[in-house]
Design a protein around this ligand. Structure first.
Ligand SMILES: C[S@@+](CC[C@H](N)C(=O)[O-])C[C@H]1O[C@@H](n2cnc3c(N)ncnc32)[C@H](O)[C@@H]1O
Length: 421
């Protein structure tokens, strides 16, 4: 059995759902720890950390658990463990001549006091580890400003290729030690986000990482047909291509948006030379979502992954009556869209979709169309009640959805997975 850790991205709830979707219906998967910072799993399946970190949009670091201690033993035993070659040889390649190392401390479900005391002890041990390693190697350590080393610093200091990162996960009853195997390619995401030719902040820009998470949580096969009917600049289509999905359709009612999508797709194939365009069947059309069933044959789509129109950018400054009015307009658009989805989606088809939720004061104002969607035969997955996710300690909205937002945002994104009855 292997124990793997996943350091979670800015929305830990979505990150965890995405990781479980990756493992699918594997019987032997056991959740060891699920906190806001980390998910630790036990499985017989061996993972390729380098492939996995590219596939997952919501994971920052992947690694393997190599040892553990009881919290009460840490102060006494960690200094000797950290200078024990049997322990250290689990973390790096002994053939190396030069070693740069670092320690990150993560909260895996304990108190701030305990975290701080372990962090103090771990930091105090760094010079001792260096001195010990210097007997055989040219050794140095990287000391972060925070209690964990950012993926940028892990890469810049070559910790994975010319040294190691020891990740310490503190649970209430156990301390787990992990070796980081791969970190998220932060440069690649911002390159895709900011360098592509067709950008349009007005129409709303879906972060590529969120697009990838949405695709992954749909859990569809790479040969299935996937549609984004509000494709905008084509962020979801780009991520589908990168994940290897072969049959992709994008539609939008503005021809300028379809032009930008096409430009971005061409750019993607130029930049990522190992992708061959002729391996893919990609179609883009200018269509209003309300007319989709006139275009696509019945029940031909396996999944719809989409971020529709989230409302006027001015809605940031709306008062309650204005928000209510905006919600009414959007409810109509979303309902119209679902009526169309009903006709074109296969029976076991899925919809991963973003609804806007407007924050006013401390209250979120939602689109209230769930009863109508239910009647239409679409039920949203309740992330908290679903047996697959029940041990993940997910924080969900009062309607069982996951909210994605940044601290300064008024329009929150509400993530749903709908299935047809
Ligand atoms: C929030 S943007 C989608 C952003 C996209 N995910 C991206 O990152 O580029 C919403 C898109 O929906 C399109 N749209 C709005 N109403 C539509 C309708 N009735 N039918 C089709 N597309 C529509 C807009 O033109 C816009 O491009």
């Amino acid at each position: 059995m292997h124990k793997y850790f996943f350091v979670l991205g800015s929305n830990p709830n979505l990150s965890k759902v995405e990781i479980l979707a990756f493992f699918g219906e594997t019987e032997d998967l056991k959740i060891i720890t699920s906190s806001k910072e980390v998910l630790i799993l036990e499985t017989a399946q061996e993972i390729n950390p380098h492939d996995l970190i590219v596939k997952l949009g919501g994971t920052i670091k992947v690694g393997e658990i190599v040892d553990s201690l009881a919290p009460g033993d840490f102060t006494e035993q960690f200094p000797s463990l950290a200078t024990d070659i049997n322990f250290l040889s689990k973390l790096f390649d002994p053939q190396l001549q030069k070693i740069t190392f670092g320690i990150s401390v993560y909260n895996a479900g304990t108190t701030t006091n305990q975290i701080n005391s372990i962090l103090r002890e771990a930091t105090r041990t760094l010079p001792k580890m260096k001195k010990f390693l210097q007997t055989s190697y040219r050794a140095s350590f990287f000391k972060p400003q925070e209690r964990s080393i950012s993926s940028v610093s892990v890469v810049k200091n070559k910790l994975l290729t010319e040294g190691f990162e020891l990740a310490i996960f503190i649970e209430e009853q156990t301390i787990l030690f992990g070796k980081t195997l791969a970190v998220q390619n932060f440069e690649d995401y911002s390159f895709r986000d900011y360098q592509r030719p067709g950008r349009d902040a007005e129409a709303g820009m879906l972060p590529p990482k969120l697009a990838k998470i949405m695709i992954n949580i749909a859990g569809k096969d790479i040969n299935d047909t996937l549609l984004d009917p509000f494709c905008g600049n084509g962020t979801i289509l780009q991520e589908l291509i990168l994940l290897g999905y072969k049959n992709i359709i994008g539609t939008d009612f503005k021809s300028e948006q379809i032009e930008k999508t096409n430009q971005n797709i061409d750019w993607l194939f130029q930049q990522y030379q190992d992708l061959v365009k002729s391996d893919f069947n990609i179609k883009t059309f200018t269509y209003d979502v309300r007319k989709l069933n006139q275009t696509f044959k019945e029940e031909g789509i396996d999944a719809i992954i989409t971020e529709p129109f989230l409302g006027s950018p001015k809605s940031k400054h709306f008062n309650i009556p204005q928000i209510e009015n905006e919600i009414k307009i959007l409810e109509k658009l979303y309902l119209d869209a679902f009526y169309q989805f009903k006709n074109i989606l296969k029976k076991n088809g899925k919809i991963v979709i973003i609804f806007p939720a407007f924050k006013f004061g401390n209250t979120l104002h939602y689109l209230n169309i769930l009863p109508q969607l239910f009647k239409l035969g679409f039920s949203p997955l309740n992330f908290q009640e679903n047996s697959k996710y029940k041990d993940l300690n997910l924080e969900v909205s009062e309607r069982g959805s996951i909210i994605y937002s940044r601290p300064d945002q008024t329009i929150h994104r509400e993530i749903f997975i709908f299935q047809q009855d």
